[in-house]
Write a protein that binds this ligand. Sequence first.
Ligand code: ADP
Ligand code: MG
Length: 231
Amino acid sequence: DRAAAVISGTIARGADEIVEFQAQEILQAYNLPVPRTGLARTSDDAVTFAEDIGYPVVLKIASPQISHKSDVGGVKVGLKDADAVRDAFMDITSRAQRMRPEAMITGCLVQEMAPKGAKEIIIGFKRDDQFGPLIMFGLGGIYVEVLKDIAFRLAPLSREDAHNIIREIRSYMLLKGVRGERSVDFAAIENILLIMSRLSLDFPEIYEAEFNPVLVNKDKAVVADVRISLH
Ligand code: ADP
Ligand code: MG
């Protein structure tokens, strides 16, 4: 199937990490909800994708050698029209090339913006030699490193495990909503946790996977960034 083909293709090339755009194919193969995304090689391409997706959009650097995109100024959100998209494309690609002269720049991903008020969470796993895949859940975005608010469970996860792991982090109350806010879609988060568990067991070749962020609001959760490494 598609996921297996992407993984064996990556191994055949001798690469350690699956390129983001191809990792998205794996997400689709597992029916994971992803924002609409196109891979633009030129700024004209980027505008065409943006008009198709609808404004506002997000632009992200696409390069097999750049996995932490924000570190090179490679992510711009809230682009409202064609001029903004063109400027962002030029800015992102030229800055990345300047900061990482050795990197091959494919272009930019053009992505649908998450709805306003969406919260950021992380869902991932890391393979332990002895115990197998350890599934991770936590609050995402800029708070991750500061709060270290993360819970773990060994795969396979049952639905009950998925339900419980969400409630183990201190920030659970934030997800439930404070001061009259609506609760996020917990069923959608559970669903992604269960899929992560399946992915970890289906492919022993994957050493580590991280969805960061998953953007969740009151009626859905989408995987906005994915990193999959094989070693
Ligand atoms: P990286 O982790 O490689 O720096 P991300 O794709 O995670 O790049 O983007 C960085 C940040 O930009 C995210 O943590 C999130 O805050 C924001 N972001 C990314 N994609 C979207 C999106 N589709 N809608 C809204 N915000 C986004
Ligand atoms: Mg990220």
